[in-house]
Design a protein around this ligand. Structure first.
Ligand code: UDP
Length: 247
């Protein structure tokens, strides 16, 4: 590799971002650190960085193939990927196909309810405020993005959901919900950023109906179910079995 790892630009809960010689690029390192409940619960999961880096690579490649703009450029090594340097939009965009998690804690909607059309929830990305949910009017008040950009974010998120839902369905996995983050690159283009992995997606194994056994994502860590790494390995294994999209 002729790219020398530059200075640390930012360290988050699960990733570190390094500068590159090319100012329009960054190198993203996926860490083994696991956090939940706004980092009140913390642990290390051996191999998580490698698994999330590979899973994200495969999914970003799949999205790019389907015409979705992402910040992903190329895999660098086991736990590092190159991405476009972006200006992060402080929004967490969650899309839900099946009701679980905060939706069921905060509303009377029953666990497992199929959400058709999928439900799109927006949160303000701020750990100190605990990532509060936004109404349309609060979003306008914050003046983070234009109406046009918001419509584009919703359109891209719904397309990503359609692509990933169909893809995971073919791997015998239900894509329950996931969170996307967006940014703008040096050309001002809106791109999907961050990562797409079992850290920010919920996957249920279609091969079992046991409500605990079927969980193949970070809920295993959140709920102390054990087998976190095995669950992430299983997601990567199924992606790699799909020969058209092996990282
Ligand atoms: N999510 C995330 N980061 C967050 C909050 C949620 O990646 O800070 C993901 C989470 O993994 C799930 C989806 O967004 O796939 C919906 O999460 P939910 O709102 O149900 O929150 P939770 O139950 O995890 O508190």
């Amino acid at each position: 590799m002729n790219h020398i790892q530059g200075s640390l630009i930012y360290e988050g809960k699960a990733k570190r971002i390094f500068a590159c010689e090319n100012p329009d690029r960054v190198l993203i390192e996926f860490k083994n650190d696991a956090t939940a409940f706004n980092a009140k619960k913390r642990s290390q999961i051996e191999g998580k960085g490698r698994l999330n880096c590979k899973i994200s690579t495969a999914l970003f490649e799949l999205l790019e193939l389907n015409g979705i703009p992402t910040h992903f450029l190329e895999l660098h090594s086991e736990t590092f990927m190159f991405a476009e340097k972006i200006s992060v939009i402080p929004l967490e965009v969650v899309i839900r196909n099946i009701a679980t998690g905060s939706l069921c804690r905060e509303t009377p909607i029953n666990q497992g309810t199929i959400l058709s059309p999928p439900l799109l929830d927006l949160y303000y990305k701020d750990d100190e405020l605990g990532d509060p949910i936004l109404t349309e009017e609060r979003l306008k008040l914050l003046d983070l993005i234009s109406d046009v950009q918001m419509k584009e974010i919703e359109k891209i998120t719904r397309s990503v959901n359609k692509i990933l839902k169909e893809y995971f369905d073919s791997l015998d996995l239900l894509l329950v919900d996931f969170k996307l983050e967006f940014g703008t690159n040096s050309s001002g283009e809106l791109v999907v950023a961050d990562e797409i992995s079992p850290d920010n997606c919920r996957f249920w194994d279609k091969k079992t109906s046991d409500p605990k056994e079927r969980i193949l994502d970070k809920d295993r860590f959140r709920q102390d179910l054990g087998g976190v790494r095995d669950a992430y390995e299983e997601i990567l294994k199924r992606i790699q079995k799909d020969s058209s999209n092996a990282p």
